[in-house]
Design a protein around this ligand. Structure first.
Ligand code: C5P
Length: 248
């Protein structure tokens, strides 16, 4: 069983490439997720469980994946009053999740409560803040009363999350270089929207190759369809690990 606090940060080098790759298990049933996990076992260490799978499969999927030796990134993007988010963090920690997401837009009191709750449990999960959803452009922000541009808002929320004790951020490959510069080497920056050269882009708008994102400053990559929809997921994952190995 992999220790829950497998390194995903920039600070200690070299980093095993397997700690830089998180496979998004974006499938609708537990059996599909476990089938994929079975194919990836021994090759990948990290998997991400998002809303679709979690709501279909429940807590049992997190426990089943950790029992198989995976570290689990439970991506439920908590955003509620501080007391409720603190409780959610404790519940997620008790399931064995190693990484959790919260919305930085929940504000300083919520972020601090989440960080405090994580610090108060044994084998604490690390917390990542989501700043501005990549689906939100300047017009969408304006519609909810945010006058800043999306990049200004990302930076503001990133700094806020950091000041409140959140371990890192989910950010696009476009943002990762600037955030690395602003937040320094210890911040954990986790980047989705990854497409190996030649892979189908699908609905992603701005994509980067695995090595481009790592070189730009990503601590770890979230990769879904290029692995999960590959004819041979294990082979696709191994190719990504091989691509980023020289940077580790
Ligand atoms: O299949 P694909 O590689 O595009 O999956 C990317 C994963 O990262 C999905 O689980 C998606 O929800 C997540 N994600 C993203 N963009 C963000 C935040 C999360 O694609 N800004």
């Amino acid at each position: 069983m992999i220790a829950p606090k497998t390194s995903l940060s920039q600070e200690k080098k070299p980093i095993d490439p397997r700690d830089r790759l998180i496979v998004a298990l974006d499938v609708p049933t537990a059996s599909q997720a476990l089938e994929l996990a079975g194919q990836l076992r021994g090759i990948c260490r990290w998997v991400k469980v998002g809303l679709e799978l979690y709501l279909a499969a429940g807590n049992g999927i997190v426990e089943a994946l950790t029992d198989q030796g995976f570290s689990v990134f439970l991506d439920l993007k908590f955003h509620d009053i501080p007391n409720t988010v603190a409780g959610a963090v404790r519940s997620a920690a008790s399931l064995g999740a190693s990484l959790l997401t919260v919305h930085a837009a929940g504000g300083p009191a919520m972020l601090a409560a989440a960080a405090e709750a994580a610090a108060g449990v044994a084998g604490p999960p690390r917390l990542l803040a989501v700043t501005v959803l990549t689906s939100m452009d300047t017009a969408q922000l304006e519609a909810i009363g945010v006058g800043a541009s999306s990049s200004e808002q990302v930076l503001r929320l990133a700094q806020l999350a950091r000041n409140c004790g959140i371990d890192g951020l989910v950010c696009s490959a476009d943002e990762v270089g600037l955030l690395r510069q602003q937040l320094g080497p210890d911040a954990m920056l986790v980047t989705p929207g990854i497409r190996p050269a030649g892979a189908e882009v699908g609905d992603q708008k701005r994509v980067a190759t695995p090595m481009t994102a790592i070189r730009a400053g990503a601590s770890a990559l979230v990769v879904g369809r290029p692995i999960t929809q590959a004819a041979d997921p294990a082979k696709a994952a191994a190719a990504i690990l091989a691509e980023i190995a020289p940077a580790s």
